[in-house]
Design a protein around this ligand. Structure first.
Ligand SMILES: [Zn+2]
Length: 380
């Protein structure tokens, strides 16, 4: 049986322990100590990492009364153990932040927490009901006020009769060895994980994403140091965009909306000009009994396609419209009475080409000179 130091004090980052057993399994060693501050994976939270002696702990699992550390070296005797406490502390901040949010969402709107994941990059929690943006903002605001109140957080294992008299949130209906995390004035919840001592240590809580999830709501949150780093990164992005656009940060949304509207208008005008150019070029061609090859440096895809369609009316053979320069041409070809899909294979082979399509229209690129292309197409 491993003594769980993280229940005595969640701030223990270094300790000495006796190695009770160390067995090789695949390329890792399964180490059981007489006591440990390494929190195992469980309840949605990933395991602690750190060192046992000079063995690196990569995973920790609870099995019955034992806590098994998976490490990269064989260890025996009395060992000095050290947690990666920076990583653990971020988890403590996030976990307490989640309890605050869930406690408040439950009290204000009756939301039940039905899922929780606390990984290295992401913290998510799921509620059984859909909450509106305004409701979520209210929960977030109340949770931050609870942080400023710097309320005490107490963990304890109530006796069964005491437990019965308590009103607390719980995912499982356990009767024995239930550990209660009480955030005074805000929440009471059954939980096995390490928490900070006072809400002030959570620093801040921010919802960074919310979505509908199985008929309820999934939230992504950041707390504490992680929340601050996220804020710094987001702020730098906003500042950079505001600089690039020469727009005030507070008006950025309206500015970008207007910018996108203008861009769409320009795109439309450009498309119209492209089609108009194609129509003008088409008027310069007479009817012919040969294939037509045209090169133009300005046409875009829509214009090229339009020109192919217009010129098909001037020949019974094929039309090839090109843009680009020798060695790097883009083409669109069209014909009404030719098996273009098959022909393009030979043409591609001759002209270092790529691309395909159907019998009416093919498109792609030729890595050849204009003279070579013209000669090949006109010989079809
Ligand atoms: Zn919890």
């Amino acid at each position: 049986m491993t003594e769980k130091l993280f229940y005595k004090d969640s701030y223990i980052k270094e300790f000495y322990a006796e190695v009770l057993s160390c067995e090789k399994e695949k390329n890792l060693y399964k180490i059981i100590l007489d006591k440990t501050a390494f929190f195992p994976e469980g309840g949605g939270q990933t395991a602690d990492t750190g060192f046992i002696g000079d063995a690196k702990v990569v995973d920790v699992q609870e099995k019955g009364e034992d806590i098994i550390h998976f490490a990269d070296k064989e260890i025996t005797g009395t060992v000095f153990c050290k947690l990666d406490f920076d990583r653990r502390y971020v988890k403590m901040q996030n976990h307490t932040g989640e309890h605050l949010m869930s406690g408040i969402a439950h009290r204000l709107f009756g939301a039940e927490n039905v899922g929780f994941h606390l990984g290295d990059d992401v913290v998510t929690m799921d509620y059984d009901i859909q909450l509106t943006k305004e409701q979520l903002q209210q929960v977030e605001l109340e949770a931050n006020k609870a942080i400023y109140a710097n309320t005490e957080i107490i963990s304890h294992f109530p006796k069964p009769d005491e437990l019965e008299s308590l009103t607390y949130r719980a995912k499982l209906d356990l009767k024995e060895n239930v550990r209660i995390i009480e955030i005074k004035d805000y929440d009471m919840c059954a939980c096995c994980a390490p928490h900070v001592k006072r809400t002030g240590e959570v620093g801040l809580v921010k919802i960074v994403e919310s979505m509908n999830w199985k008929g309820g709501t999934r939230l992504f949150i950041h707390c504490g140091l992680e929340g601050f780093l996220h804020y710094r990164k987001t702020y730098e992005t906003v500042k950079a965009i505001s600089g690039l656009l020469s727009a005030k940060q507070e008006n950025l949304t309206q500015f970008v909306e207007k910018y996108m509207e203008d861009t769409n208008k320009l795109k439309y005008e450009l498309e119209q000009a492209d089609l108009e150019r194609a129509r003008l070029i088409a008027t310069t061609f007479e009817k012919t009994d040969k294939s037509i090859v045209v090169k133009d440096g300005f046409l875009k895809t829509e214009g090229m396609r339009e020109l192919v369609n217009l010129l098909k009316e001037k020949t019974d053979k094929c039309v090839c419209v090109l843009t680009g320069t020798d060695g790097a041409y883009r083409f669109i070809m069209g014909a009404d009475n030719m098996p273009l899909r098959t022909l393009i294979k030979d043409i591609n082979a001759k002209l270092n080409g790529k691309g395909g399509g159907n019998d009416q229209m093919v498109q792609g690129s030729f890595n050849s000179t204009f003279a070579e292309i013209e000669e090949t197409i006109k010989s079809i």
